[in-house]
Write a protein that binds this ligand. Structure first.
Ligand SMILES: *Cc1c(COP(=O)(O)O)cnc(C)c1O
Length: 396
């Protein structure tokens, strides 16, 4: 047993009685299968032949050159379905199958995790139900259709703010009553133990591949490893490859939205009254955007994948210990970086990933001549409409 799932004072398992059974069963199954060679072999084969791993590490010579540093992009945008999320969905669906489950459920905000899970479920022959806030279903109609094409049932959630947080609540409610047949595929390195560790492990391939690739291409380890942080899964996947290399600086970039006042961003680590404080959401003790009464605050970001009030507990610990640093960039900075990567490198990044690019563009002077690995968590095709609307709104 891996114990309590603590990262320093963060993490844990703050779940209602009805979910303790399912969580303990999951923890035991994960401990069993992660050590089993036939599980690892089947997972490796799926990652290679279905997901398309290893993803390339691309030297961004023009952008790096103009910033005065050596920049390498880890190309999760080239993974099947266009983002890193498929690594976790395939891992958890395979685990579900080994556990004898026939049905998976998932929550989704923008639809990316829903599409990844519907994809993995189709491949592995599992029934799939995706919970999605009614507001999000309207905003992301194309992804709803995509999930249905993949054979998933999408259920509209009409409680609360009718967005991601409410979809998580609904998925947990379903799971409490359906655990005999069902596994809950949680979408980021969040939630009660064992999810934060398990989701990290399924994404650690990002970091281990990047580590080997940068050593082969640059001849050494990077000075900086950089990723955007929503729930924190792509970032902790990248960081996993470098956590034991103290010389590699780790930076996570959050959504600064339209300003660091309360309600205008999703920068949980921001200092000051608009920033986060330790608290519990969705089963884990972590940094959380909340008001003086502990009520969860509204968040905003131009990028749906970063728009969540809490963060994975391991990031809260990495920040507290000083091993990693968390910064934010604004919507406008992310949109500018989107344009820049498109024109200078021929890559449309996801708006989430564009946050990491934007931070590097802003802070480049401090990294002259350094080797930087930046996790390009996803492709930007899904965001071209948001970019167009933002341009029109700003008169561009
Ligand atoms: C969902 C998503 C994110 C944010 O989630 P993390 O768990 O923080 O990685 C980042 N980038 C892309 C492309 C996403 O789809």
């Amino acid at each position: 047993m891996s114990g309590t799932g603590r990262f320093g004072r963060f993490g844990g398992r703050y779940a209602p009685e009805t979910l303790m059974g399912p969580l303990l069963e999951l923890e035991a199954a994960y401990e069993l299968f992660k050590a089993e060679p036939s599980f690892q072999a089947e997972l490796s084969a799926l990652l290679k032949d279905f997901v398309g791993r290893p993803t390339p590490l691309t030297k961004a010579a023009k952008l790096g050159g103009s910033l005065g540093l050596e920049l390498y992009l880890k190309r999760e945008d080239l993974a099947h379905t266009g983002a890193h999320k498929i690594n976790n969905s395939v891992g958890q669906c395979l685990l579900a199958k080994r556990m004898g489950k026939t049905r998976v459920i998932a929550e989704t905000g923008a639809g990316q995790h829903g599409v990844a899970t519907a994809t993995a479920a189709a491949k592995l022959g599992l029934t799939c139900v995706v919970y999605m806030g009614a507001v999000d279903m309207e905003r992301q109609a194309l992804n709803v259709f995509r999930m249905r094409l993949l054979g998933a049932e999408v259920r509209s959630v009409d409680s609360g703010s009718r967005t991601l947080k409410d979809a998580v609540n609904e998925a947990m409610r379903d799971w409490a009553g359906s655990v005999k047949t069902t596994h809950y595929v949680l979408g980021s390195a969040l939630g009660p133990h064992p999810f934060p560790s398990m989701v990290r492990d399924f994404h650690a391939c990002i970091g281990w591949e990047a580590r080997a690739q940068v050593r082969a291409q640059a001849g050494r380890l990077p000075d900086l490893a950089l990723a955007c942080v929503g729930g924190g899964s792509n970032a902790i996947g990248l960081f996993s490859g470098f956590l034991s290399d103290p010389a590699v600086e780790l930076v996570g970039v959050e959504a600064g939205g339209t300003g660091l006042e309360p309600g205008r961003h999703a920068a949980r680590f921001a200092a000051g009254p608009g920033g986060g404080a330790p608290g519990i959401l969705h089963g884990t003790f972590t940094m959380l955007l909340q008001d003086a009464h502990g009520q969860v605050r509204e968040t905003h970001s131009v990028s749906a994948g970063l728009d969540y009030p809490a963060v994975g507990p391991q990031h809260a610990d990495l920040a507290e210990s000083g091993r990693a640093r968390y910064e934010s960039v604004s919507d406008v900075e992310a949109l500018d970086a989107f344009d820049r990567l498109a024109r200078e490198e021929g890559i449309l990044p996801a708006l989430e990933s564009a946050h990491a690019v934007a931070w590097l563009c802003r802070e480049a002077a401090a990294y002259k001549g350094k080797v930087v690995v930046l996790n390009l968590s996803g492709r930007g095709d899904k965001d071209v409409d948001s970019v167009r609307r933002a341009r029109e709104a700003s008169g561009g």
